[in-house]
Design a protein around this ligand. Structure first.
Ligand SMILES: C[S@@+](CC[C@H](N)C(=O)[O-])C[C@H]1O[C@@H](n2cnc3c(N)ncnc32)[C@H](O)[C@@H]1O
Length: 256
């Protein structure tokens, strides 16, 4: 395995270590391009938002840990939440704010928000980027009010995930090289146990892009030769799959 990788072949010569957060600055122009380097994050955001029911009271709070550029925001429209996003990366937060997210620059392992403030906490594609991911889980559960909902998705700590999400995916033109450090992938059983320790009974299920939609998207993208020209919302749906071995979602309610 390489220790370093080009941050993004299309954006310049800077070479950064795997999972270096500065990659998100180099890729700042990609967040909202529907066929760009973060296209799959849009599909995953739609699938994550589907786990979030509409708010039952006015002004319920959804805290979006590692919110990036706020890709979850359009999928929450009409659900009635105040959407607060926490992220390390200022260039991403500036874009999240443009999409209606109230942003907080900070570390998801030490969030400057009070205990029990959140009706929903989301951690989409975040845990596999944080060396101390159990601390993010502890923070997510601390922020949740009793009865509040945790939703997340991440990559499993398996040989198959390393093969698919790093060795294969990073050869595709659509996936930034070096964006993941496979040493940080998150064992699903350990995650469930960690959530239980903090009062959340997490259920998990495997997810993947729907194959026909993915092939159609890749073909369309190759045909246009101009990434970003395909209309938004035309990517594949994310669907459940029997195995959690690569990508999985988790959701659970905080006890108490
Ligand atoms: C793969 S992106 C996912 C962004 C967003 N959740 C989404 O699905 O579109 C990972 C994000 O996590 C952020 N991040 C990484 N480590 C973090 C930390 N310790 N605290 C807060 N944000 C972090 C990065 O800046 C980046 O925006």
């Amino acid at each position: 395995m390489r220790d370093v990788a080009a941050s993004a072949a299309s954006t310049g010569p800077r070479v950064l270590p795997r999972n270096d957060p500065r990659q998100y600055d180099d890729l700042a122009g990609e967040w909202w391009r529907p066929d760009g380097a973060f296209a799959m994050l849009h599909w995953l955001a739609a699938a994550r938002a589907a786990l979030v029911p509409p708010a039952t009271r006015p002004g319920e709070l959804l805290v979006d840990l590692g919110c990036g550029a706020g890709l979850l925001a359009p999928h929450l429209t009409g659900k009635g939440y105040r959407h607060v996003g926490v992220d390390l990366t200022r260039s991403a937060l500036l874009q999240a704010a443009e999409h209606g997210v109230r942003v907080v620059q900070g570390d998801a392992t030490a969030v400057p928000l009070p205990d029990g403030c959140a009706d929903v906490v989301s951690a989409g594609e975040l845990l596999e980027h944080v060396p101390a991911w159990p601390r993010v889980v502890a923070e997510a559960c601390r922020l949740l009010r009793p009865g509040g909902l945790l939703v997340l998705d991440t990559l499993n700590d398996t040989a198959l995930a390393r093969l698919v999400a790093v060795r294969i995916a990073e050869r595709l033109p659509t996936v930034p090289r070096g964006i993941h450090d496979p040493r940080l992938f998150v064992d699903a059983r350990e995650l469930v146990a960690e959530c239980a320790r903090h009062g959340v009974d997490l259920r998990v299920r495997g997810i993947r892009p729907q194959v026909g939609g993915l092939v159609a998207w890749l073909l369309r993208r190759a045909r246009t030769g101009r990434p970003g020209t395909t209309p938004a919302g035309r990517g594949p749906r994310i669907v459940p799959t029997p195995s959690t071995a690569v990508l999985y979602q988790g959701w659970g309610v905080r006890n108490g």
